[in-house]
Ligand binder design. Structure first.
Ligand code: OAD
Length: 232
């Protein structure tokens, strides 16, 4: 069986209406990263940081998965555990499209993390009012998203899958943030064929074997059709 690892970034959700980070209308525009996405920002001004993520979480109610998310879910139904999706996105559009074998390496908007007891409960309400942790009762919840300077989740699992992959596919990510940006070189070093599906060529460390440019909502379903025809 062909083993596939698909790395996704903000570009896969752009056509659903979730802003990317670095585009002209990007999410960081108007916000300095260090004011909203670092542990120091949270210590300095927790209310601003919590409100920033509360807004992002609320915005998820108004968006839906697009054909790129649903095509990847269709591929998983066909090939099962031979496909691992590693997303840098904190939205829940892959799950809502039906994907199950998924790693949220930068965390999830719809999850909180308790700074007192370490619980990571599913969470859909605002955090700025400082609600109590459902496990320990302390009012020390933060969004369960990975901030700059923090360690992404499940790196061992991801690296094992990347080195074992026959095909590594990068979708809608600029290649600006490590360790995710390094996975293409790691996959290639271990013999994987590398594919990029992006609106424009990214700043990848090494050239992809196959780089296709265009919107994810058309490129991804077309690529999934090809893989399924080839009987991956
Ligand atoms: P970026 O905003 O850096 O990059 C988005 C990428 O998507 C760019 O390469 C665009 O060309 C591409 N893109 C935009 N629209 C697209 C479309 N319709 N179809 C296909 N591609 C499209 O977002 P990420 O690479 O995901 O981390 O950013 C990586 C990390 O940086 C994020 O997870 C976040 C951020 O800081 C943390 O917050 C820790």
């Amino acid at each position: 069986m062909t083993r596939l690892v698909v790395l996704t970034g903000a570009g896969i959700s752009a056509e659903s209406g979730v802003p990317t980070f670095r585009g002209p209308d990007g999410l960081w525009e108007g916000h300095r990263i260090e004011d909203v996405a670092t542990p120091e920002a949270f210590e300095r001004d927790p209310h601003t940081v919590l409100r920033f993520y509360d807004e992002r979480r609320r915005a998820l109610h108004g968006v839906e998965p697009n054909p790129a998310h649903t095509a990847l879910a269709r591929l998983e139904r066909a090939i099962g555990a031979d496909l691992l999706i590693v997303t840098q996105n904190v939205d829940d559009l892959h799950e809502r499209a039906g994907t199950r074998n998924l790693v949220h390496m930068h965390g999830e908007l719809r999850r909180a993390q308790c700074l007192s007891c370490g619980a990571r409960p599913a969470w859909d309400a605002d955090l700025a009012p400082r609600p109590a942790c459902p496990v320990c009762g302390e009012r020390m919840l933060r969004p369960d998203v990975v901030w700059f300077g923090e360690m992404p989740y499940e790196l061992d699992r991801i690296e094992q899958a990347v080195v074992a992959a026959d095909v590594f596919v990068s979708i809608g990510t600029s290649g600006a943030v490590y360790p995710a940006a390094g996975y293409v070189a790691l996959a290639a070093a271990f013999g994987a064929r590398t594919v990029e599906l992006n609106l424009e060529s990214s700043d990848a460390l090494i050239p992809f074997d196959d780089a296709r440019t265009g919107p994810a909502s058309t490129l991804v379903p077309a690529w999934v059709d090809e893989v399924m025809r080839a009987g991956a």
